[in-house]
Design a protein around this ligand. Structure first.
Ligand code: GDP
Ligand code: FE
Ligand code: FE
Ligand code: FE
Length: 195
C-alpha cells in the first residue's frame, strides 16, 4: 500500500528505505510480513486497513537502537523512570513510538498507541492495538511452539488471539526466569484472569 500523506509524509519507497536503514535484512522482512498480516486481520475484523498496515510496517522501527540511547531518552524526555529497569524488549515499543513520530513524521495517535502497546499489550486495547499485537505474533515467518494454536485463536476472534498471546508470552518469560514488566502482568490480569 502507498499510505496517504495524512498518515505519513513519505512515499512508500522512501519509507521502506528509512526502515531498511534501521533494520537488519531479517527484521526488515519481519516488519513487511507484519504489515501484510495486519492488513488481513483488519479486513477480517473490520479494522482500519491503512492504519493497520502502516503500524505493522513501522512497529519495530526502534528495535535495533542501542540500550544507551533508550536510557538517555527515558531521562531526557521524562518517560516513566520505572522504564529504566526494563530492557530493549519493552523500550523498542514504548519509546519506539516516540522515535517513529519524531523521525518518520507519523503523528497519528492510533498508530502511535498501537506501536507503544505492541509488545506488552494494555488493559484497554483498541481494535488496531489488538491487530498489531496479534499480527506481530502470528506473521507467517514466526515459528515457535504454540504458533499454530496462536493462529487458530486469532482466527476464532481477535480477543482470543490477544488472550492466547499474553498467556503464552508470560509462560515463556517465566520459564526463562527473566524480569516481567508490571504492565505485562496488568494485561494478563485484564484479559485472562478477569480483572
Ligand atoms: P519482536 O519485537 O517482533 O521480536 O516482538 P515483541 O515486540 O512482541 O517482543 C519483544 C521481546 O520482548 C520478546 O522477546 C518478548 O518475549 C519480550 N517481552 C515481552 N514482554 C516482556 C516482559 O514483560 N519482560 C521481558 N523481560 N521481556 C518481555
Ligand atoms: Fe517488537
Ligand atoms: Fe508481540
Ligand atoms: Fe515485531
Amino acid at each position: 500500500i502507498d499510505y496517504p500523506q495524512t498518515l505519513v509524509p513519505l512515499s512508500r519507497a522512501d519509507l521502506l528505505a528509512r526502515l531498511h536503514a534501521q533494520l537488519s535484512d531479517g527484521r526488515f522482512a519481519h516488519v513487511q510480513r507484519v504489515e501484510q498480516t495486519a492488513i488481513k486481520l483488519a479486513q477480517q475484523y473490520g479494522g482500519d486497513v491503512q492504519r493497520a498496515g502502516l503500524a505493522g510496517l513501522v512497529h519495530d522501527y526502534a528495535k535495533q537502537r542501542p540500550d544507551a540511547e533508550f536510557k538517555q531518552l527515558i531521562r531526557q524526555q521524562r518517560f516513566d523512570p520505572d522504564l529504566l529497569t526494563a530492557n530493549n524488549g519493552i523500550w523498542h515499543g514504548v519509546i519506539g513510538a516516540y522515535l517513529v513520530e519524531r523521525e518518520l513524521g507519523i503523528h497519528d495517535t492510533q498508530v502511535l498507541n498501537a506501536i507503544r502497546r505492541h509488545t506488552i499489550g494494555a488493559v484497554e486495547m483498541t481494535t488496531l492495538d489488538k491487530i498489531i499485537f496479534v499480527a506481530d505474533f502470528i506473521e507467517p515467518g514466526r515459528d515457535f511452539p504454540g504458533v499454530d494454536q496462536a493462529r487458530a485463536a486469532a482466527e476464532a476472534s481477535l480477543d482470543a488471539g490477544v488472550r492466547f498471546e499474553i498467556t503464552n508470552t508470560l509462560k515463556f518469560l517465566i520459564a526463562k526466569q527473566v524480569n516481567i514488566y508490571p504492565k505485562t502482568i496488568d494485561t494478563y490480569n485484564a484479559w485472562v484472569a478477569g480483572h
